[in-house]
Design a protein. Structure first.
Length: 267
C-alpha cells in the first residue's frame, strides 16, 4: 500500500472547544498514518470569504494532498458537501459548497472533477445536522487520503456547478490602477486584489512615489523602507499587492472598509 496523502485542515472552529480535536480523531481512526497540517482554525466565525482567501494563499506552500476546509454557516441545510480535484498538482479539496473552496481551486487551474459527498459511503453512520466537519468532511477527507477514489466518494457533479465566490476585480486604466481592499490583518495591513502575476501596471517602480486615493505612498520592499508612520505599497509575503503603514495601521490611516476601491497612480 502506498503512503497516505497529507491532509491540511482550515476552519473557523477556534481552539476553545473540542471540534478540531474530534475531527483530528476521526481522521486518525480512518487514516492513522496520514500527516495532518493545521493551516488555521482562527477564521472569524462564518466568514467564508476570509477562509477562501487564506486557503488560496496558503496551499501553494503545502504539499499536494487532501485539503479540508470548514467554514459552514449553513450547515444542516440543503447546501451540498463536495470534494473536488484541481487541474494542477492533483490536489483534492473537501468542504461545504458555499464558495469556500473556489478561490483555491482557481489558483490550481480550476476544477476538473467534483462529487457531491452529502450521501458519501465514507461518512459516519450517524450524521448530525450541526457538525458535518466531524461526521462528513473529516471521514471523507481521511478516506481520500488513505487511497479511496474521488469518483467513488460521492455522486458526480459538473465542475461548473461548484459554487463560486465572487470577488471585486482590479482594473488598469489610462490613469493608473484601481484595486480593492479585499482583506485586513491584525496589524492593519491591507491586502489588495492584485497578485504578482497580475501586476501589469508598467509605471510602478520600487522607490517611486504613488498616489493612493488622496494619500502619498512609496512602492517599497519592506516596512522599514519608509519612516515610521509613513504609508507604503508593497508585495506581501504571498506576492500580493498590499498597503501598510510602518509601525501603524494602513486600514485606519486610509479609513478603509472591505471592498473599498483605491486608485493607485504615479505622483
Amino acid at each position: 500500500m502506498s503512503d497516505p496523502r497529507p491532509i491540511s485542515f482550515l476552519s473557523d472552529y477556534g481552539l476553545d472547544d473540542d471540534f478540531v480535536g474530534v475531527c483530528h480523531g476521526v481522521m486518525a481512526r480512518i487514516a492513522p498514518a496520514a500527516r495532518v497540517l493545521d493551516i488555521t482554525h482562527g477564521i472569524p466565525r462564518h466568514d467564508i470569504r476570509t477562509g477562501a482567501l487564506l486557503l488560496r494563499r496558503a496551499l501553494p506552500y503545502l504539499p499536494a494532498g487532501v485539503h479540508l476546509a470548514v467554514v459552514d454557516p449553513n450547515v444542516g441545510t440543503e447546501r451540498r458537501g463536495i470534494a473536488l480535484r484541481t487541474a494542477d498538482e492533483d490536489r483534492l479539496l473537501v468542504g461545504p459548497d458555499n464558495g469556500l473552496l473556489s478561490l483555491a481551486a482557481q489558483r490550481f487551474g480550476g476544477v476538473v472533477e467534483a462529487v457531491d459527498i452529502t450521501r458519501s459511503l465514507h461518512r459516519l453512520e450517524f450524521v448530525s445536522a450541526t457538525f458535518h466537519g466531524r461526521d462528513l468532511f473529516a471521514p471523507v477527507t481521511a478516506a481520500l487520503a488513505a487511497g479511496a477514489h474521488l469518483e467513488e466518494a460521492g455522486d458526480p457533479l459538473d465542475a461548473d456547478e461548484v459554487q463560486a465566490l465572487h470577488m471585486p476585480l482590479a482594473e488598469v486604466d489610462a490613469e493608473g490602477l484601481v484595486a480593492h481592499a479585499i482583506a485586513f490583518d491584525r496589524f492593519g495591513n491591507v491586502t489588495l486584489d492584485v497578485e504578482h502575476e497580475e501586476l501589469t501596471f508598467a509605471g510602478l517602480r520600487l522607490g517611486r512615489s504613488v498616489g493612493v486615493n488622496e494619500h502619498r505612498a512609496v512602492y517599497s520592499v519592506t516596512f522599514a523602507d519608509v519612516p515610521p508612520g509613513e504609508l507604503l505599497l508593497y508585495e506581501d509575503a504571498y506576492q500580493t499587492l498590499a498597503l501598510a503603514v510602518n509601525r501603524g495601521s494602513a486600514r485606519e490611516a486610509l479609513g478603509l472598509a472591505l471592498d473599498d476601491p483605491l486608485r493607485i497612480a504615479l505622483v
